[in-house]
Design a binder for this molecule. Structure first.
Ligand code: ADP
Ligand code: MG
Length: 578
C-alpha cells in the first residue's frame, strides 16, 4: 500500500519554488535527510570526483514499494505532508517532494529500494529525467540512491562547480553538520573508496564531535549552560575562552534537528565572549536549539538552509545569556560541583603549528582555595565559596615571563604579560565605568611635539583620552601639553607612552570596532602597560595570580590569547612514556 501522495496544486505553490540542487553537497544533504526521514539507523555516503562523478547513499530505512518508488520521482510527491497547514509544523527533514525528481533530472540516477518483508525490491534507472528501466532487484532492505555524472546534461550548471577539492570539502562539511544534527544515526563517509570517518550512534554530542574531529577539538570545547529561555531550549558545546577560528567553519546551528544558517545565533554568541576572544575570531560552537515550530518559517529557502524567525530578538537574547552563563561559570564554580568544567586554554588551531610542544591537556583547573595568601575571608553559610586561587602551589618563575604552579592536576603555567594585561584591562574598565580612572599627575607637565598625523588624531580624541587617564591639552599647532597619565603607566616616558597607545590603536584597528573610543583606549593602555615586563618575585607572582583569578574572564587576555595553560599529570605521563 502506497504512502506517497501528490501535493495538491495550491499546496505545491505555497512551497517556495527554486532549485534544490546547487552542487554535489546539496545532493548529499537531500539524500541523507531522506534516509533519516525513512527511519534509517545507518547511512553510508560514498562519493568520488568531488561528488560530480558519483554520490551514493545507502540506508537501512523503511524502503519503498514499487508504486511509491515511482511516485517518489514525480514532482511534489511526498509522503511527509498532506495539506498546507502541515507545513507549519513539519517535523521531517523533507516535505517539498522536489529533491528526487530534481536530482534525477540532472544526472544518471539509480534507485534501488526494498521494504523489509517484501520479496523483491525495485531498481529504477533514470537518465536526464527520463525513466530508462524499472526492474526487480534483490538488495538488502532499505534504499540506495546513486547519482552519477551530475549536471551532465546541463553544461552551464556543470561549469559552475568548483574544483574537485572544493566540492569534496563542501561534502565533508555538509556531512559533519548532518552528523552533528543526528548523533543517534550511524554515519560513514567514503571518498574515492577510502573511509574518511565513521561515527557510531552516540547519545552524547561530545562523543560524536570526537568521532568527527578528534579529541584535539573536544578538549577545546565546553558544554553551554543548557536551559530554556523565551521558549527556546539550548544545548550543545561552545569554545572555551580563547578557542577560536578566523572563520565560521566550526560553527554549527541545529534548529529542531535541522542544520540551518542563522545570523541571529552567531552574533550574540560572538558578543557573549567579548574580549575572551581575539578580534575577528569566531568561537567554535555546536548549538542545538529547540523551539516551537510556529515560531519560525523553515520554508524560505529551497534547500531549507535558512529560516525566518518571527522574533529573532528572543533567540538572540537566549543565546547570549546561555553563552555568558557558561563563560561566567568557569570563574564561579558552584560549591556543589567538585571540579570546574574542563578548561585547558591552548593555542587556537591555527597557532598550534608554531607551538607544537604545548599540546593542550585534557585536564581541568579545579576550584581553588588560597594560594597561601592572607586569611581567607570567612565563608558565609550561604555560599561557602572557595576563593579562586585555592589549590595552586607556587613553584617559581621562568625567565620573568612565566609563573609555574602546581594545580590540582598538574602543572599550570601563567603568562605574566597576558595576565597583567587582563588585570589592568578589567581594573581600568571598572574605574572608567565609575568615572574615576586612576591617574598619575606629572610634577612637571611634559610638552610634546607631535607629527601632523598624531596631532590631528589626538586633538580629535581629547575627551576620550581624558576618560582613559591621559590629560592632554593642545598648545596650538602640533604641540601638546601632557599633564597626567593613566596610573598603570607610571614609570613610562609620558610622550612615548601616549604615542605608543595611539600606535596600538591604529595598528590593531581597535578604534572603530569598539563601542567607544574610551574602551579602545583602555584596551591599548593595558596592552602598552603590560609590555613593561614583569620582574619575578614570590610576592608579585602571588599577587598577579590572585588578581588574575579574580578577573571576570581570567583565562584569556583582552586580545584573546590564553593567560594560563595547564599540563595535566596524564599529559606529562604520556610525554614521558610512563
Ligand atoms: P521530500 O523529502 O520533500 O518528501 P523527496 O523528493 O526528497 O521529497 O522524496 C520524495 C519521497 O520519496 C519522500 O517523501 C519519501 O516518501 C520517499 N523517499 C525518498 N528517499 C527515501 C529513502 N531513502 N527511503 C524511503 N523513502 C524515501
Ligand atoms: Mg527529501
Amino acid at each position: 500500500m502506497g504512502n506517497i501522495r501528490l501535493l495538491p496544486d495550491h499546496v505545491a505553490s505555497q512551497v517556495a519554488a527554486g532549485e534544490v540542487v546547487e552542487r554535489p553537497a546539496s545532493v548529499v544533504k537531500e539524500l541523507v535527510e531522506n534516509s533519516i526521514d525513512a527511519g534509517a539507523r545507518r547511512v553510508r555516503v560514498e562519493f568520488s570526483g568531488g561528488g560530480a562523478r558519483l554520490v551514493r547513499v545507502t540506508d537501512d530505512g523503511c524502503g519503498m514499494d514499487r508504486e511509491d518508488s515511482l511516485l517518489s520521482l514525480e514532482r511534489h510527491a511526498t509522503s511527509k505532508i498532506r495539506s498546507a497547514s502541515d507545513l507549519a509544523t513539519v517535523a521531517t527533514m523533507g516535505f517539498r517532494g522536489e529533491a528526487l525528481p530534481s536530482i534525477a533530472s540532472v544526472s544518471r540516477f539509480r534507485l534501488t529500494t526494498r521494504r523489509r518483508g517484501d520479496e523483491a525490491g525495485t531498481e529504477i534507472l533514470i537518465s536526464g529525467g527520463k525513466i530508462e528501466s524499472v526492474a526487480d532487484s534483490g538488495e538488502a532492505p532499505g534504499t540506495t540512491i546513486e547519482v552519477a555524472a551530475l549536471f551532465h546534461n546541463v553544461p552551464a550548471r556543470r561549469k559552475f562547480l568548483r574544483g574537485e577539492e572544493t566540492e569534496s570539502a563542501r561534502i565533508v562539511h555538509q556531512m559533519q553538520a548532518l552528523a552533528l544534527a543526528h548523533p543517534g544515526v550511524a554515519l560513514s563517509l567514503v571518498r574515492d573508496g577510502r573511509l574518511l570517518w565513521q561515527a557510531a550512534p552516540a547519545e552524547d554530542l561530545l562523543v560524536r564531535v570526537r568521532d568527527l574531529f578528534g579529541s584535539g577539538l573536544t578538549d577545546r570545547l565546553m558544554p553551554i549552560a543548557s536551559g530554556e529561555e523565551n521558549g527556546i531550549a539550548i544545548e550543545g558545546l561552545i569554545a572555551k575562552p580563547g578557542e577560536a577560528r578566523p572563520d565560521r567553519e566550526l560553527q554549527f546551528v541545529i534548529l529542531n534537528g535541522r542544520v540551518v544558517q542563522c545570523p541571529a545565533v552567531f552574533q550574540p554568541l560572538r558578543e557573549a565572549y567579548a574580549e575572551a576572544l581575539a578580534k575577528g575570531r569566531h568561537p567554535l560552537a555546536v548549538l542545538r536549539l529547540s523551539m516551537d515550530p510556529l515560531a519560525f518559517d523553515c520554508n524560505v529557502h529551497p534547500a531549507k538552509r535558512e529560516i525566518r524567525l518571527h522574533r529573532p530578538d528572543l533567540l538572540r537574547q537566549a543565546v547570549y545569556n546561555a553563552t555568558r552563563r557558561s563563560i561566567e561559570a568557569l570563574r564561579n564554580p558552584p560549591p556543589t560541583v567538585p571540579r570546574m568544567p574542563s578548561f585547558s586554554p591552548a593555542p587556537a588551531l591555527e597557532r598550534t603549528a608554531q607551538r607544537p610542544q604545548l599540546a593542550p591537556s585534557d585536564a581541568a583547573f579545579a576550584p581553588l582555595p588560597q594560594l597561601d595568601l592572607p586569611a581567607v575571608p570567612p565563608a558565609t553559610q550561604a555560599t561557602l565559596e572557595t576563593t579562586p586561587e585555592a589549590d595552586f602551589r607556587l613553584i617559581g618563575g621562568l625567565s620573568d615571563r612565566w609563573i609555574l604552579m602546581e594545580g590540582s592536576d598538574g602543572l599550570v603555567i601563567v603568562d605574566t604579560r597576558a595576565a597583567s594585561e587582563r588585570i589592568l584591562f578589567e581594573t581600568m574598565r571598572r574605574e572608567a565605568a565609575a568615572g574615576s580612572i586612576a591617574v598619575q599627575t606629572l610634577l612637571l607637565p611634559t610638552v610634546a611635539e607631535l607629527t601632523q598625523k598624531d596631532a590631528v588624531w589626538i586633538s580629535e580624541h581629547l575627551e576620550a583620552l581624558r576618560s582613559a587617564g591621559f590629560h592632554v591639552e593642545s598648545f596650538g599647532g602640533t604641540t601638546f601639553k601632557i599633564e597626567a597619565l593613566p596610573a598603570c603607566l607610571t614609570d613610562a616616558d609620558p610622550e612615548a607612552s601616549l604615542l605608543e597607545v595611539c600606535e596600538v590603536l591604529r595598528s590593531t584597528g581597535l578604534l572603530g570596532s569598539e563601542k567607544s573610543a574610551t574602551d579602545a583606549l583602555i584596551r591599548s593602555v593595558s596592552r602598552v602597560a603590560a609590555l613593561n615586563g614583569f620582574l619575578y618575585n614570590e610576592d608579585r607572582a602571588r599577587r598577579l595570580v590572585r588578581d588574575l583569578l579574580r578577573c571576570e574572564l581570567p583565562y584569556a587576555c583582552p586580545q584573546g590569547r590564553p593567560t594560563m595553560i595547564q599540563w595535566s599529570l596524564a599529559e606529562l605521563d604520556r610525554r614521558f612514556g610512563r
